[in-house]
Design a protein around this ligand. Structure first.
Ligand code: SF4
Ligand code: SF4
Length: 109
């Protein structure tokens, strides 16, 4: 097999029929910015915790839309709330607030 130096990642296509719309509406009511993420991955690229553990806001948002909130919570569990991701987000999302809101809505804390 030829090594091209890169691999294909699984599709991140979202099936809107699967996810929990009630909870998502609850999240976006307190955090409308959840709707404007463009999944660019800048937050994940600079993540402080990501150097030591699997931490990804981009993945967490995709997991929520793919009806996998437990995986989303797992992705955010090691977040240190340092705010580096907020500094690079091209959409100007208050990422720390968004992370806390995701945890609040989906873990019931
Ligand atoms: S606030 Fe959390 S998700 Fe954002 S860069 Fe810091 S550790 Fe990573
Ligand atoms: S940097 Fe902002 S727009 Fe890009 S994936 Fe993260 S939250 Fe979404």
């Amino acid at each position: 097999m030829v090594d091209f130096g890169f691999g294909l990642v699984p599709s991140s296509r979202i099936n809107l029929d699967l996810f929990d719309r009630e909870k998502y509406d609850k999240l976006t009511a307190i955090e409308p910015d959840a709707r404007i993420c463009i999944s660019c991955g800048s937050c994940t690229a600079v993540c402080t915790a990501g150097q030591f553990a699997h931490t990804s806001l981009r993945e967490a948002l995709d997991d929520i839309l793919n009806a996998n909130p437990d995986k989303a919570l797992e992705s955010l569990r090691s977040c240190q709330l340092c705010g580096k991701c907020a500094m690079v987000c091209p959409r100007g999302i208050n990422t720390r607030h968004l992370i806390l809101s995701i945890i609040k809505v989906y873990s019931g804390e």
